[in-house]
Write a protein that binds this ligand. Sequence first.
Ligand SMILES: [Fe+2]
Length: 414
Amino acid sequence: MKTHRSFCRAAGAAIAAVIMAGCSQSASASSTPGVEKTVIMQATDTHFLSDRLNDHGPLFQKFVAQGDGKDMEQSVQAAQALASQVLEEKPDVLVVSGDLTFNGEKASHEDFAKILASIEEEGVDVYVIPGNHDLDSTQAMSFSGEEYEPAESVSQEEFEEIYGDFGYSESDSRDPYSLSYAKKINDQIELIFLDANTPESPNRLKDGTLKWLQEQVDQANEEGLRIVSVTHQSLIEHNPLLSEGYTIANAEKALSILEQGDLIANLSGHLHTQNIAENEKGSLDLCPESLLDAPGRIATLTLEDHQANYQADPLDYIGFENAKELKEHQTDFFNQTSRDQMARRYEGNTQLEVLQDSFEKWNGAYFSGDLSGLSVEEAEKELWKSNGGFDGSYIESIFDQAGNQWIDREWTFQ
Ligand SMILES: [Fe+2]
């Protein structure tokens, strides 16, 4: 990343304050002209399940209660609420970075695309990329009463057709090897969407795609374009415990190519937790929370001059008469899922209730991206140490981050 900020971060701590002051000054006085105000909103992991496939009956309820906390019961309302929130803000573009559907159902893709069309009709350009749940899924199913049936999924070609208006038929360059593409959103900024979810090469960018990426970055440099890249799985590790499968296997290679350009940031997803990761070169990977995990954040990246401002706001269900109930349902469902996970894993443990209270508090705060109001007590540390296992390691990794938040950030770029 050819940013002045990267240079500043490499400077010694003793002179950091002086250098940083010089940084912001020289960035705004840089020989490269700054960018016009550009607002990019991002939602991810919307996991939309069409009501054509879902009677919200007993089997569906059982199925989602044993899930990971995303409120599938109201995935349709959440997508509609995303549309109303985006239209309230009226950004230049909306990016949806994969896992658009629950499990790749064709009907879900079709109905989700209709909601995206309602956003574009009001003048906001929408761009999407597939996630690991969206293509050729063997888990696509419909629910009815106590029964389920396999449902039709989509191929890469069908995905490209359904989302033609949301990237694929309007791109400036299409990668022939995957569903990656590039799109200039104005004379100064190019979005590069990288697809690491081809059925032949899951969680890895193909060699041909990396070659195509190099061409895009070279071209962007020639034209003096800044780059915002978009992936489903991240380009930088967010939590050492959640690395394999969460970060693209050959992410370092992709990032080293992107860093040859003026990369402002990578927008990712997949983790479902609101988080920001930074590498040693100062590159940023911004991951919004899944739209369906409470409070379901939507991120807004505002670029102006040489300044970037990132903010992730909760999903507000604007325009819904029962907005308060919908928000509460999302929170209560997430918290209950946390407690149920503990009940299943620590059945018979005399400290079950204390474990549930602790897990609900820390897991909820971590997903929402805000640990700023939390500190760890010795007794709680001991509790997880003595109970061990993956949950213990996971909660301890969150303890290490107590006091941090990843819901807003400001930085400068070249
Ligand atoms: Fe997801």
